[in-house]
Design a protein around this ligand. Structure first.
Ligand code: ATP
Ligand code: MG
Length: 443
C-alpha cells in the first residue's frame, strides 16, 4: 500500500477490504467480465480471482471515454474511488467509481459460449468442450473452489490427528483391486497398470508412519457411460494403524466430514451461497448392517436380483430411510459379504461370511468404501490362496505382513461424488474440472 496525493492506493485490493477503505482510491487488477452500458454511464464487472467487483464508469467521475479496447475478457487495471452503492435489498455493497482503466491484455476473439451471465446456459457437452473458457464463469469456478475446501478440510483435519501426507506411485506392476476396470499401459515393452487406488502402498506405510493419507487421482476403466463414474477421479484416502475396531475408521471419517462441512460454511460461505449448496448438519452418523439393509430393500422394493450388493435404487431407498428415521443425510452400511470385498479385507471372526467393512452412503449414493485389513501374514496368504491368487506375485505387498503390521484399516472417499451430492448435480461430470469418461479425453 502506498500513499499518492493523500489517497491510499492499493494494488489489487480484495473486495473484503473495500469497507475499511471507503472513500479512498484503489487499484484492482482483473478481467472485464461484463459491461452494461446505460445512456450516460456504464457498469463494468471486474472478475478477480474469487470475486466480481462492480465498477461504475461515468463522465462525472472521470474524463475517460469507454474505448473499443474495453471489451469483455480483456485483462485490465482499474483505478477508482471506493464508494457505498445503492442496493435494492438495502444490503451494504461497495463499488469503484472509475477514474481510469488500463488495458493490460486484449482477447483475440469473443468467447464461444456466453460466460458473463449468472450461469453458463448450454449443453453439458458444449460446456465441457470449452472448459478453459466456461470455468471463468463465477458459478462454474465456484464448484471447484468449494472442492478445494473439501480437500483442505480433509487434509487439515487429518494432519491435526497425526496423519502424514503421502504420495504413492500411479504406474504399477499389479492392479490393487484387479478386475476388469484396470487400464493397461506399455512401459518400455512391459505391461503395467494405472493405479485404481493407493491401497497396497498406503497399507505398506502404516508400520512406517502409523497414520497416512493421500489426495490423488486414481484410474478406473469403467466400460459404461454412467452419471456417477469417471475414468479418472480424485480419491481421498487414509489408512490408520493400532485400531481397536473398524468403527475407529468410521469415527475418523465422521470427524473429517464434520470438519469439512464446518470449513465450507465458514471459509467458503460465498461459494456455498452462490451455488445454493445444501451443507448437511452432522451430529452422529447412523449405521445398519448390510444384511438388515438388504432385508429392508427386499421387503420394500420389487425385482431385486443381486443379493450380494446394492443396486442404485436400493442405495437411494436407504438414503431416504436414513433421512426419515434419523434425519441424517449419511448412513454407514457395515459387514458387507466377504465374497464382494477385496482380498485384503478382514473377515469378521464372529461370522467369516461377512467382513469388518463399511460403505458410507450420502443422500442415497455410495461415496466411501472402507474397512479393517488383514494384518497377519498367514491369514493373508491363506485368504489369497482361497481366492485362487498367487501370493508370490504379491511378494512386496506381503512384506507389510511378513515383517510385522499392527491392526489397521482405512478408506477411500471419492471427491467428485461428494461434491456432486453436496451441490445436487445429476451428473458427476459437473463436479470434475476436466472429466475423463468413456467418450471424452479432451480438453
Ligand atoms: P461403485 O460401486 O459406485 O462403482 P466402487 O465400490 O467400485 O464404486 P470403490 O472401489 O469402493 O468404488 O471406491 C471408493 C470410492 O471412490 C467410491 O465410494 C466412490 O466415492 C469413488 N469412486 C469409485 N469409482 C469411481 C468412479 N469411477 N468415478 C468416480 N468416483 C468413483
Ligand atoms: Mg465401494
Amino acid at each position: 500500500m502506498q500513499e499518492i496525493d493523500g489517497n491510499i492506493v492499493c494494488t489489487s485490493l480484495p473486495y473484503s477490504e473495500f469497507k475499511r477503505h471507503e472513500g479512498e482510491v484503489a487499484t484492482v487488477k482483473g478481467f472485464i467480465h461484463n459491461i452494461r452500458e446505460m445512456s450516460d454511464f456504464a457498469f463494468i464487472l471486474l472478475r478477480t480471482a474469487r470475486e466480481l467487483i462492480q465498477c461504475v464508469y461515468s463522465p462525472e467521475f472521470s474524463d475517460f471515454r469507454l474505448s473499443d479496447k474495453v471489451v469483455e475478457q480483456a485483462a485490465a487495471k482499474v483505478t477508482g474511488k471506493i464508494v457505498k452503492s445503492e442496493t435494492r435489498d438495502g444490503s451494504e455493497r461497495f463499488e469503484l467509481q472509475i477514474h481510469n482503466i488500463e488495458i493490460i491484455s486484449s482477447p483475440a476473439a469473443i468467447p464461444p459460449v456466453v460466460i458473463s451471465k449468472k450461469q453458463v446456459n448450454c449443453d453439458l457437452a458444449v460446456n465441457l468442450d470449452n472448459r478453459p473458457v466456461t470455468l471463468r464463469n463465477p458459478k462454474e469456478r465456484a464448484v471447484f473452489k468449494l472442492q478445494e475446501g473439501i480437500q483442505r478440510g480433509f487434509r487439515e483435519y487429518l494432519q491435526g490427528e497425526g496423519f502424514t501426507e503421502i504420495h504413492t506411485p500411479k504406474i504399477n506392476f499389479a492392479g490393487a483391486e484387479g478386475g476388469t476396470n484396470v487400464f493397461k499401459l506399455d512401459y518400455f515393452g512391459k505391461t503395467v497398470f494405472l493405479a485404481q487406488s493407493p491401497q497396497l502402498y498406503k497399507q505398506a506405510l502404516v508400520p512406517v508412519y502409523e497414520r497416512v493419507f493421500e489426495i490423488a487421482p486414481v484410474f478406473r476403466a469403467e466400460h459404461h457411460d454412467t452419471c456417477r463414474h469417471l475414468n479418472e477421479y480424485i480419491s481421498m484416502d487414509f489408512e490408520m494403524g493400532f485400531i481397536d475396531s473398524f468403527t475407529d475408521i468410521m469415527n475418523t471419517e465422521t470427524g473429517v466430514l464434520k470438519y469439512i462441512m464446518n470449513l465450507l460454511k465458514t471459509e467458503y460461505a460465498a461459494e456455498v451461497e452462490m451455488l445454493k449448496a445444501d451443507i448437511p448438519e452432522i451430529t452422529s452418523i447412523p449405521c445398519i448392517r448390510f444384511k438388515d439393509a438388504k432385508e429392508m430393500c427386499v421387503k420394500k422394493l420389487k425385482n431385486i436380483t443381486d443379493m450380494k450388493d446394492f443396486e442404485p435404487e436400493e442405495e437411494a431407498f436407504l438414503g431416504k430411510w436414513a433421512k426419515q428415521q434419523f434425519n441424517s443425510d449419511f448412513l454407514f452400511v457395515t459387514h458387507y459379504l466377504s465374497k464382494k470385498r477385496p482380498f485384503y479385507t478382514m473377515d469378521d471372526p464372529e461370522d467369516p461370511e461377512v467382513t469388518l467393512s463399511f460403505d458410507l452412503l450420502f443422500r442415497g449414493i455410495e461415496i466411501t468404501s472402507g474397512g479393517q485389513r488383514i494384518h497377519d501374514y498367514n491369514m493373508q496368504v491363506e485368504k489369497m490362496k482361497r481366492l485362487g491368487m498367487n501370493p508370490e506375485e504379491f511378494e512386496t505387498y506381503l512384506m507389510l505382513h511378513k515383517y510385522g503390521a499392527p491392526p489397521h484399516g482405512g478408506l477411500g472417499l471419492g471427491l467428485e461424488r461428494l461434491t456432486m451430492h453436496l451441490l445436487g448435480f445429476k451428473n458427476i461430470r459437473n463436479a470434475a474440472m476436466f472429466p475423463r469418461d468413456i467418450n471424452r479425453v479432451t480438453p
